[in-house]
Design a protein. Structure first.
Length: 240
């Protein structure tokens, strides 16, 4: 059923049930599958897999299954092929943009583990830093005793967390530091901070990451497409 055949009352009902956006999303996915169907060999194979998954023994049982779900066998063929159709659409339209999206998202993908102590006095921060640098005291012990933030409960250890979750001033220093490096005390707002990098886990742009970035771009596109379609419906409903 296309959106053009739905009455205003039906659309309003979907909206009141809180599923209008879901309906529009599924409608767009259906259209993608209709425009990018698999070949006959793939379609047959996918339908057989659908039958096996749903314990459908033969064509007669398949027809009954379709009727019980207000569908045709052709509808079931399209539904069984949907994952393949969508993946093909993603590959054709978004793989080429995946690396650029990856570079924009890298700070959210790269993760870091670091030790942190924050105090509100510069002199104390410098004294603690000196004790750690000279191996006079253990970082975790000093964090438990002196840290004035929640890191005192974790012996100073934070992470693994995405780089972009840290304060921008901290993230900048974390980005440029090497594992094991103890940074000199620096100020962030009202705090004086001592940081040691424990481990960096940088995400590389491999095949799996490329597929993930392309899928993210597709989801962003799909969300926008749903909103545009919804706005079209709103405008149409407002017309006399």
């Amino acid at each position: 059923m296309s959106r053009q055949t739905l009455s205003k009352a039906c659309l309003e009902k979907l909206a009141k049930l809180g599923i209008l956006r879901i309906y529009l999303k599924e409608e767009i996915l259906q259209e993608i599958c209709e425009k990018h169907p698999p070949d006959s060999k793939q379609s047959t194979q996918l339908l057989e897999e659908f039958k096996n998954k749903n314990k459908i023994s033969d064509d007669h049982a398949l027809k009954n299954f379709a009727q019980q779900n207000l569908l045709s066998v052709e509808d079931l063929q399209l539904l069984s092929a949907r994952p393949l159709c969508i993946q093909r659409y993603i590959t054709n339209h978004f793989i080429s943009k995946a690396e650029a999206h990856f570079l924009k998202r890298k700070d959210a993908l790269d993760q870091v583990i670091y030790s942190l102590i924050r105090v509100n006095q510069e002199s104390l921060a410098r004294e603690l830093h000196l004790q750690i640098a000279e191996a006079e005291a253990d970082f975790s012990m000093l964090a438990s005793e002196h840290a004035q933030g929640p890191e005192s409960q974790t012996r100073g250890v934070i992470g693994p967390v995405p780089l972009n979750q840290a304060h921008p001033a901290l993230a900048q220093r974390l980005r440029g530091a090497k594992p094991g490096e103890l940074l000199k005390p620096f100020q962030i707002e009202q705090w004086w901070v001592i940081v040691r990098i424990e481990q960096k886990m940088e995400t590389s742009f491999d095949e799996a990451t490329s597929q993930r970035m392309a899928a993210e771009l597709f989801e962003l596109w799909l969300r926008d497409a749903v909103e545009h379609r919804l706005q079209d419906l709103v405008k149409a409903a407002a017309q006399p």
